[in-house]
Design a protein around this ligand. Sequence first.
Ligand SMILES: [Ca+2]
Ligand SMILES: [Ca+2]
Ligand SMILES: [Ca+2]
Length: 457
Amino acid sequence: MQRVLKLIAIGLFVSHAMAAEDLTPALGGETTVEVSSERAFRSIAANATGMSRARFTFGQQLFNTVWEAAPGSQPTTDGLGPVFNRSACADCHVNNGRGRPPESVGAPMESMLVRISLYAEGPNGEPKGVPGYGDQLQDRSVADIPAEGRAILDWEEVPGEYGDGVSYSLRRPIVSFADLAFGDLPGDVRTSVRVANPLIGLGLLEAIPEESLVAMADPEDDDGDGISGRVNRVWDVENQRQSVGRFGWKANQPSLRQQNAGAAIGDMGLTTPVFPDDNCADGQTACAELAAAVADSPEFMASFFDPLVKYTQLVGVPRQRDADEEPVRNGAKLFASIGCNGCHKTSLKTGESELAELANQTIHPFTDLLLHDLGPGLADHRHDFLANGREWRTAPLWGIGLTQTVNGFEYYLHDGRARSLEEAILWHGGEAAQAQAAFRGLPATQRAELIAFLKSI
Ligand SMILES: [Ca+2]
Ligand SMILES: [Ca+2]
Ligand SMILES: [Ca+2]
């Protein structure tokens, strides 16, 4: 019976999951921007109206604002900390691009962070924070408040070989902690190291109807293709209910509003209308006393926070480049034929949106926003709502070919371990094991064509 219902659901929503032939260079539909310079991830949706443009511009300023400890020279942009990771959104999301691991072992993390938790759930299914530390390690602090400690990333090389005998080496991260201000972390602590995501087309991903995501999910792998895919269900704080997760490497945030508020409080120590209390874990008395003394509710006031959210919704998606060149066209076919699009869905449609620019667009995000088991190699062993320790949200691949241009480096995957697109693919396992094996088995010319395609999107 369930199977029958599922088939009906697939029939109804088949238009949301179209085939690779439907790929057009306008990856973001009518929002697509014609910019392929280092500014490619900072441009407003091409179809944005005048009202949206004003909000975008103000929101972008706030995204770049360096916040000060309270009391600061500008009362509207103070309240940083007491503990925090960085003082501006743009510190981690440089040019709206991705973050990266430190250049040398032991150097501070500049554009990434570490989530921590116990192997237990809180009342709403969220990961349960660590006593004394909460659910994220803040490695910076204001005044004489102690920072929580710092994480150190080291690497271990893991050799491998393509089917044609060409060898490669992958690097696996090894995390350790130093200068812990509130005692050792418990022995069974769960840690997850994450770089900042690139921030393009997010309003479009938010506007994909929930039914489309549910229709793409195949939790029991009923169609037997080895790929399941599950919707994460997370806690929507303002509406006090479960909701579909879409944002973050494990799809643990339901909306850009909550994602941005979570970033403000967790990464910068800024209260918002969504999270009105400062972030001082139980037992951090100096933090709590300072927070109470400079209380300002909220630090990121609603008339500033709303445009910030609009900004993250309205960033356009760069147009695909070189779509007609033969290696790119061949690579696009390989992307489908070896099964990459089993998760990195080529074409989806948005539904309604409070921003008319984002509604009813045909987009090419190369994601299904679903959770997939990518095997033990990438596992962080830390659950996040329904996501287990081996599951990750399919990373959207639009814009990925501009990483070097926008960021000035190439590091991929949730912790930035992959030093090239090839390495990112070679780390795939679990539900993606077949696709990974197919890639490994391709002759060098075809591997290069697949990469040429990725560089074009
Ligand atoms: Ca604060
Ligand atoms: Ca913390
Ligand atoms: Ca399946």
